[in-house]
Write a new protein. Structure first.
Length: 177
């Protein structure tokens, strides 16, 4: 009977050590900040993380590299904490954007990939009252130019139709010209 108690005690102590060894590091380690030493440069062969924030002198994020369900993204942030640019993956391929957060906001957005390996560039502006864009795109037929009015509605498109000829779509008039 004594030997059984000793064995159970040793098993309990061993189990506690294993559990403590597994859980304790999770509570002790949090975010890691690199130390600032001007004379030394640290070199790493590989750094693995889900999010990397590069900060300025006062500790604000200026560049964020992170992963999501579509892949990776890089965001560029100004001194006010507003995202001004990005390069990321989406469900169709790669996306690149430049934003100006002044009112109205100007933007350039480029997307590549998709089912038919399409690409488009959108140049536009956006405010609380209005929204307008010019979209240059490429699809299986060729290229097209689409105009979006200040109300955010499609105004018209010049493009290539299925036969290879010029197609003009006037969305104020539902017929194809």
């Amino acid at each position: 009977m004594i030997k059984l108690r000793e064995r159970l005690c040793f098993m309990l102590v061993g189990g506690l050590l294993v559990v403590t060894g597994q859980l304790l590091p999770n509570f002790l380690s949090g975010d890691v900040n690199a130390e600032e030493k001007e004379s030394e440069i640290a070199e790493f062969e590989t750094i693995r993380c889900k999010k990397l924030s590069i900060i300025n002198q006062v500790g604000n994020d200026m560049l964020i590299m992170e992963t999501d369900k579509h892949g990776g993204s890089i965001s560029i942030i100004d001194n006010l904490g507003v995202k001004n640019g990005y390069f990321r993956n989406d469900q169709d391929g790669g996306v690149f954007g430049i934003l100006s957060r002044k009112t109205p906001m100007s933007r350039v957005h480029m997307s590549f990939g998709g089912v038919e390996n399409t690409a488009f560039v959108s140049v536009g502006y956006q405010s609380e009252e209005k929204n307008g864009s010019l979209i240059l795109s490429h699809d299986s037929n060729g290229g097209s130019i689409t105009f979006i009015d200040k109300g955010g509605m499609y105004a018209g498109t010049y493009g290539i139709n299925d036969n290879g000829g010029l197609a003009i779509y006037d969305f104020s008039n539902p017929r194809k010209n």
